[in-house]
Design a protein around this ligand. Structure first.
Ligand code: IMP
Ligand code: MG
Length: 204
């Protein structure tokens, strides 16, 4: 099945994405010179981003993962976040950079910041590839931002719709009719509510 047939519009082409990630990596390398930051990537969406980003950082750094999910909510903006996988290590005294694919409402990152702050890191910063500003419900300080995007549901480069499309090497919007369908019965979320033709709850 050709994924490309489902695409309406490419928002950020591969070369533009990679060029910006190179810049972000260089900036992080400069800012953390003399330190050894711990990148905390949020599964699953940030996997492609962090794997490219970390290769553009030329200082010593470490990598760990967390997985979160919105908690049994009827809408996407419940603000209740569940940790499905926690870090493998203590972050006390560490310079932590949370790396995520997209900040949408900001509820997930707001919760993560509160949770990780309570573990006494030496510093805590946020690196997000995409920033969907118009949707923000919580203020989130984004220290390293890839791109601001409009209020559109995007997929590709780690971001999914019903578990699909993560392997596209660019950021794009799907054809409107695709958003109304069940994308892969196996990995589709158990409950999905639609508002204004966009999924209101999705697999993280
Ligand atoms: P927030 O808590 O609303 O900021 O949601 C953040 C998470 O929702 C992201 O890490 C993504 O996993 C998911 N998400 C938000 N917007 C999109 C989108 O446009 N496409 C795919 N996933 C999204
Ligand atoms: Mg996510």
């Amino acid at each position: 099945m050709a994924l490309l047939d489902d695409i309406d519009e490419i928002l950020i082409p591969e070369e533009v994405l990679q060029a910006r990630i190179r810049e972000l990596g260089r900036t992080i390398g400069t800012d953390y010179n003399g330190k050894e930051p711990l990148l905390v990537a949020i599964l699953t969406g940030a996997v492609l981003f962090v794997s490219d980003l970390i290769r553009q950082i030329s200082i010593a750094c470490q990598l760990d993962f967390m997985a979160t999910s919105s908690y049994g909510a009827k809408t996407e903006s419940s603000g209740i976040v569940r940790i499905l996988k926690d870090l493998d290590q203590s972050i006390e005294g560490r310079h932590v950079i949370i790396v995520d694919d997209i900040i949408d409402t900001g509820l997930t990152m707001d919760y993560l910041l509160e949770t990780l702050k309570a573990r006494y890191p030496a510093s805590l910063k946020v690196c997000a590839l995409l920033d969907k500003v118009p949707r923000r419900l919580r203020h989130v300080p984004i220290d390293y931002r890839g791109f601001e995007i409009p209020d559109k549901f995007v997929v590709g480069y780690g971001l999914d719709y019903g578990g699909r499309y993560r392997n596209l090497p660019f950021i794009c919007v799907l054809k409107p009719e695709i958003y109304g369908q069940e994308p892969g019965a196996d990995d589709a979320p158990a409950v999905r509510h639609f508002t204004h033709g966009r999924p209101a709850r999705m697999v993280r």
